[in-house]
Design a protein around this ligand. Sequence first.
Ligand code: COI
Length: 365
Amino acid sequence: MSAEFAVVRSGRPAGAEERAAILAAPGFGQHFTDHMAAATWTAEGGWEGHKVGPLEPYQLHPSAAVLHYAQEIFEGLKAYRHDDGSVWLFRPEVNARRFARSARRLALPVLPEDDFVTSVATLVEVDEPWVPAPEGEESLYLRPFMFASEAFLGVRPASRVEYAVIASPAGPYFESGVTGVTLWVTSTYTRAAEGGTGAAKCGGNYAGSLAAQREAAEHGCDQVLYLDSAGKGNLEESGTMNLLLITSDGRLVTPELGTILEGVTRDTLLALAGEHGLTPVERSVSIGELRAGVTDGTFVEVFAAGTAAVVTPITGFKGEGGGGEGYEFTVGDGSPGRKTVELREHVLDIQYGRAQDTHGWLHRV
Ligand code: COI
């Protein structure tokens, strides 16, 4: 049975007008709701203090372990309003499972999966007026996270840890999310090595991606595409998204798990592939195969998938070949592919209650 998250309502919630102004143009990750869910773990007492209370800053000792050794993990999921006003989560138990796996990898305590789902659902219930109307691609983005708050400079798993969930009304992650984004294939940086933290959703992975992201922007690209760290030239993932390719003979190909993040949207798309006449295939694809396949028409569509980015068409790639010469190629005619758009609509239609949820993925709040 799940722990109860006792609700203490904020004495100073945003006014209806202020909230409406934010919901009219939420952007991504800039505005936050009135409340947060929280619980604290100590080595002596286990998990305690489960509550949903007013959103408030932390007071941390400057020696708090997270500030030094980055013992931290997070998740990302969304709450969607349907046309009848009801509010739903999408596969929250999959995020709960991944959060537990990330916790184990970062030597953090495991939050029971039911408690994860209850914390998120209780926060959404309390901040329900913050869930945007079902227009465009707007939703309430939920960010569960956990970090080492113990004041101690020794390098060992912390004996005090904070868990929390905050919520942020959100529009599309990319301005050009529907028209497509370009990827910079970095040969300077890699994201993860065998045995490392690549499969965990931990802040450190994202800190390490920022210089690569800057490199991508300097080359006029929207995001980075990482190759494997062993030098085989295999595609891994983009910093905030998994990568998927469609072949001319109807396969939906995506790099196999291992050093990449096991994306919920990735898994959803693999499950929906059959309904779109596609056969899901998880296998390595090298950058050489990608370049040749896009040029000779074997790979007809490429897109990226993630909770924040949903399904984002990839319209072009740039990178550096051996010997310092650069390369650049466009996927198809540079516009989003037909199947990509179809899959994107299908995922969104399920999330917003416009298509039948035959897989039982929606969780009513
Ligand atoms: C998500 O899609 O929820 C992510 O975690 C990407 C995020 C880092 C913006």
